[in-house]
Each structure stands twice: as C-alpha cells, then as structure tokens.
Design a binder for this molecule. Structure first.
Ligand SMILES: CCCCCCc1ccc(S(N)(=O)=O)cc1
Ligand SMILES: [Zn+2]
Length: 272
C-alpha cells in the first residue's frame, strides 16, 4: 500500500517547520546550530582576524544550473575556478552553490538577525574545503567542511541587476524539481556588499540534516533587492507539477529558520 502523502519530509509550514525538524533530524537539536541572533555587544574583535580579510575569486562567465529544490531556488555552480580563503578560513574553499532565504513579508526573511533585527532576505554562498576533503558530501560531515557567506538583503527601490539574471529564470522552475540550464556571466562581486566587514562563528546547515559543519561568515553590510524581485521568489512552489493543487496553494512564501542559541560559542568580528 503506497500512501502518497504530498507533504514534504520537512519544510516551513506549521506541521513540518523548524520546531518539528529535530524529530527526524536529531542534529537540529545540537549546540552548534545556525542561524543565530548576532548580538553585536557580544562580538569580539581580537587580533586573530586583523588584516585577514576574506578573499574570493569567482569566474565572470560560467554555466550554471538553477533548480527548484522544493525549499527555494538554488544555483549550482561548477566551482572549478572559484576560491574562497582568508578571514576565519585556514584552507581554500570552492563554491558549490548559492541560494536564498526569504519571508512572507518584508519584516522577516533573513535567517541570521542582528540585535533582533531581521532583514527581508539572506543570500548564502556555500563553499567546501577542497584542500582537506575530496567531495562536498564528505566535507558536509566535517566540522570545518563548509564555509558559507551570508549576505543580508534589504528592500531598495532599484532592482538588483545581477540577481535579475537569476530571477528571470524563476518562471521556468515554478514547480519543485524543475531546473534550467543557463550560462550567464554572473558578476559575483556585485552579489556581495562593498564593505568586507563581517561577523564569524562556528555553526551548522540551517536546513535538515542540520550538520554542524559550517564556518559562518556574515557580512555586516546588506545588499538591496526590489520588492518585485522578492515577490518573484515567493511565486515558487514547494510542490511538483503533478501535484494537482489550487493555483494559490503550495507557494513558497517563506523558507527561513529562526535563530538558535549561540550558547558558549565565540562570535568574532572583523571591521567596525
Ligand atoms: C549531506 C548533504 C548535505 C546537503 C547540504 C545542503 C545545504 C547547504 C547549505 C545550507 S545553508 N542554508 O546552511 O547555507 C543548507 C543545506
Ligand atoms: Zn541557506
């Protein structure tokens, strides 16, 4: 007897959201979870990060694949000539993918918060330690396996031109499982804020399986996105094309995990 329950294994609704994840994904109840509220009064600016700025090099023209994961959009990069180093990192990390988290309204949506303040969305650039490990999957099971850059997004009047290249593909991946191949010249530099000032701490994946394998670096300065662009994110569906549901049902209006306790972890900052 096959029960075709359309409901996702985990998600962001009341019956499968963050407060239920630990039932099926025990790591979600760990002491090194992400996101966290960044209490700026707790941030220490010791000399360990002084003039160790974060360095990245991303290709300007590359082929990408954008996919609807059922939890949002994700751009898979073929991270051959990408590199992230410096800051809190002891090795060189390669870019694996990037994606975004958002909320149903503009006063929520980011995963990390700053002194309790949420931003409208948060971009995550996910890298893995290719110096020490032989695959992303292997790295995702190691305490220093992944390095994720978090970029806050706030609502601005103008469209974000770089994001527009991604947003223009979203109508092709409205349903879970759909993907679109595109080779566009993405200037990652403009997906990142001008200031390289950041906070850093040891944390986890913010979605199941919630592995505690991430060295987090969250930039202090947000980038901007327009309301229209954010609405396009919210038009994504968490169900497949074959799941016959009402047109307005299954929309991914929010996909962020609220903050978890920092506990006795150290929060470091670089730059004012
Ligand atoms: C063993 C396979 C692990 C797949 C992990 C996929 C994943 C990557 C990044 C993030 S996030 N939101 O912390 O950047 C969440 C999940
Ligand atoms: Zn994420």
């Amino acid at each position: 007897l096959e029960i075709n329950t359309m409901s996702l294994d985990w998600g962001y609704t009341d019956d499968n959201g963050p407060s239920t994840w630990a039932e099926k994904y025990p790591l979600a109840a760990g002491a090194r979870q992400s996101p966290v509220d960044i209490d700026t009064s707790k941030a220490t600016s010791d000399n360990s990060l002084v003039d160790r700025e974060i360095d990245w090099s991303y290709p300007s023209n590359c082929s990408y694949r954008i996919v609807n994961t059922g939890y949002g959009w994700r751009v898979d990069t073929y991270g051959d000539d990408t590199a992230l180093s410096g800051g809190p990192l002891s090795e060189v990390y390669k870019l694996e993918q990037f994606h975004c988290h958002w909320g149903a309204t503009n006063d929520e949506g980011s995963e990390h918060t700053v002194d309790g303040k949420s931003y409208a969305a948060e971009l995550h650039l996910v890298h893995w330690n290719s110096e020490k490990y032989s695959s992303f999957k292997e790295a995702a099971s190691q305490p220093d396996g992944l390095a994720v850059l978090g970029v806050f997004m706030e609502i601005g009047n103008a469209d974000n031109a770089e994001l527009e290249k991604i947003i223009s593909l979203i109508p092709k991946i409205i349903h879970k499982g759909q993907d679109s191949q595109a080779s566009f010249d993405l200037d990652f530099g403009s997906l990142l804020p001008e200031s390289k000032h950041y906070w850093t701490y040891l944390g986890s994946l913010t979605t199941p399986p919630c592995n505690e394998c991430v060295i987090w670096t969250v930039f202090k300065e947000p980038i901007t996105i327009s309301e229209r662009q954010l609405e396009v994110f919210r038009s994504l569906k968490s169900v497949g094309e074959e799941d016959a549901i009402e047109p307005e049902e299954g929309k991914l209006v929010k996909n962020y995990r609220p903050p978890l306790p920092l506990g006795n972890r150290v929060l470091r900052e670089c730059g004012p």
